[in-house]
Design a protein around this ligand. Structure first.
Ligand code: GDP
Ligand code: MG
Length: 596
């Protein structure tokens, strides 16, 4: 145990985390040159293309220093706020973290929020100044920033380059010398933290864990404390480049467990593994059942593909524990699914995977949050995951929406614009703290609905990329909310409707109509677009007819002729849906969120 080191790498995107991880694997002979594909740890296509680590993984390295043999467990963490719970669990499995900063860029947004998570868990931080091979690197200035941020000495900072391999030996030495060995009692009852799981269609779910106390032996009868499920440890082992089966995984170590679990959602990250007999007294603190934060409808472009979409969704859910869905029927779009996601990135990933892995073309409706509507009668609560499900306003006592506590760290120069942005999103400034003369932490309470769409992009733009944003849910609060209906060609379109704040409904309705006018292609007939609250129309736009009004001519006449005329004009089926007799693109479904 005294020769084990468990660590993770914290870095802003593109600062070189994956490249440096590869160098560590090479230097410890964990992989050979031949085995080393670029960015080895990012094994999903999608991750590779986006250059981000979506799921965390772990890998074990053997390393010898001064004749002593060490085991170094590198636990990889996802970097995006959608997955912050997973990051916190990976960090909880470590004693130390490499803090990597690009010497040509300096400290940036994501560095800070993950650093704070690491400090919360008392991790030892090893600062690494990376990419010092770049001609425009400015190691002195960036070193100052790092010293400012974590209050370390210049000598503590390791100069490195993932490209040339410079500094890699120093990093390995620092991991051994500075990061404490794990503590814990090998004789105590088993207590292991699940920090990740990976779906394997052939072997069942692979559970990654860190043993805090006790030990796990192959064949043990174990239980997961929070889900109360029991399993036999059919196979356990350590995570080298490939899995390496072992008889025992003991205190302080990181390992995997395979026990024929068929669905990803059966395993909850943050749960505690113990023995069925001789259980540990307490589960490991910090467990949360992660709940979806963002909901959207997913519909096949072609209504005939509904069953195929269902089977794709089922397969996707097998390996994505955080995706939830149920069938939904829309008057406008027909049969589809109401899906719950961790956040917007998660939504994008699901949509992309449906298209790439399952060859489905889908329409996604505007994402929204969950609302709680309370009926006047009995104060009964109705959970509203789709805006069109909101009960009749005359029956409602109040509507509550989720609020978050948002932590934003930015430069002093951008405090004004950041506060304006958040106030504009119905936020309340709770505190403003200067961390250094140039770094400010702002805390807001904001409705979640105001940040799900494009908030982070805005924040990045107004702060020139220099703002980190993190949030936690603080609960549901009553707000003056109303349902905004959108009528296309005089028909209300359920997939377009949204729940908005009453004071902004008029403005919002107007903008949605304008936006829809922009994105719906002109057709052979005139299309009125209206927004309405209840029966009251609050704005109207008109898409003028494209050319000679062919439809008007056969008005009242032969329906099939009308349809034929339209069919003739139809082309480019991708991400297009027919709503009544209007063709609508994917973009139109997001119009309701357009806030510019
Ligand atoms: P990550 O997003 O933190 O995992 O960053 P990557 O490891 O994917 O690196 C981002 C980009 O920087 C890639 O194009 C790398 O080739 C490049 N890169 C990484 N480390 C270095 C370095 O030390 N020097 C130079 N010049 N480029 C680097
Ligand atoms: Mg990476």
């Amino acid at each position: 145990m005294k020769n084990i080191r468990n660590f993770c790498i914290i870095a802003h995107i593109d600062h070189g985390k994956s490249t440096l991880a590869d160098r560590l694997l090479q230097a410890t002979n964990t992989v050979t040159e031949r085995e080393l594909k670029e960015q080895l740890l990012d094994d999903m296509d999608l991750e590779r293309e986006r250059g981000i680590t979506i799921k965390s993984h772990a890998i074990q390295m053997d390393y010898e220093q001064d004749g002593e043999k060490y085991i170094l467990n590198l636990i990889d963490t996802p970097g995006h706020v959608d997955f912050s719970y997973e990051v916190s669990r990976s960090i909880a499995a470590c004693e130390g973290a490499l803090l990597i900063v690009d010497a040509s860029q300096g400290i940036e947004a994501q560095t800070i929020s993950n650093l704070y998570l690491a400090l919360e868990h008392d991790l030892t931080i090893i600062p690494v100044l990376n990419k010092i091979d770049l001609p425009h690197a400015d190691p002195e200035v960036v070193a100052e920033q790092i010293m400012d941020l974590i209050a370390c000495d210049y000598e503590d900072i390791i100069h490195a380059s993932g490209k040339t391999g410079l500094g890699v030996e120093n990093i390995l030495k620092a991991i051994i010398d500075r990061i404490p060995a794990p503590e814990g009692d090998p004789e105590a009852p088993l207590q292991a933290l699940i920090f990740d799981s990976v779906y394997n269609p052939f072997r069942g779910v692979e559970v990654y864990f860190r043993v805090m106390n006790g030990q796990m032996t192959k064949g043990d009868h174990v239980k997961f404390v929070n889900t109360r499920k029991q399993y036999h440890a059919d196979e356990i082992g350590s995570l080298k480049l490939k899995q390496q089966p072992r008889e025992i995984v003991s205190t302080g170590d990181v390992g995997y467990l395979i026990s024929g679990i068929k669905e990803a959602k059966e395993v909850k990250v943050g749960d505690t593994i113990t023995h069925v007999d001789k259980s540990c007294e307490k589960s490991i603190a910090g467990f949360e059942d992660v709940k979806p934060m963002v909901f959207a409808g997913i519909y096949p472009v072609d209504t005939q593909d509904f069953e195929e979409l269902r089977s794709s969704m089922e397969k996707l859910q097998l390996n994505d524990a955080s995706l939830v869905w149920e069938p939904e029927t829309s008057a406008a779009l027909g049969f589809g699914f109401r899906c719950g996601f961790l956040g917007m990135l998660h939504l994008e990933i699901v949509q992309e995977r449906l298209e790439r892995e399952f060859d489905m073309t889908v329409i996604t409706t505007a994402p929204s949050v969950q609302y709680h509507a309370y009926l006047t009668k009995n104060d009964e609560r109705v959970v509203v995951n789709a805006p069109s499900d909101l009960p009749d306003p005359s029956k409602l006592d109040r509507i509550e929406e989720p609020f978050i506590k948002a932590n934003i760290i930015t430069k002093a120069d951008f405090v004004g614009p950041v506060i304006s942005l958040c106030m504009d999103r119905r936020g309340t400034l709770m505190s403003q703290t200067y961390l250094t003369t140039d770094r400010v932490e702002l805390v807001f309470e904001i409705p979640l609905a105001e940040v799900v769409f494009d908030f982070f992009d805005r924040l990045k733009t107004i702060s020139k990329g220099y703002a980190s944003f993190d949030y936690e849910l603080i609960g549901f609060r009553a707000s003056k909310l109303v349902k905004l209906d959108i009528l296309l060609n005089n028909d209300p379109v359920d997939a377009f409707c949204a729940i908005v704040h009453r004071d902004r409904a008029y403005e919002r309705g107007k903008r949605v109509c304008e936006k829809l006018k922009e994105v719906i292609p002109r057709q052979q007939f005139e299309i009125p677009i209206q927004s309405a609250i209840g029966n009251k129309v609050i704005s109207r736009e008109t898409i003028r007819a494209l050319r000679k009004n062919v439809i008007a001519k056969c008005y009242g006449g032969d329906i099939s002729r009308k349809r034929k005329l339209l069919e003739k004009q139809k082309k480019g089926k991708k991400r297009m849906r027919q709503l009544g007799n209007v063709e609508v693109t994917q973009e139109a479904f997001m119009a309701v969120l357009s806030v510019d």
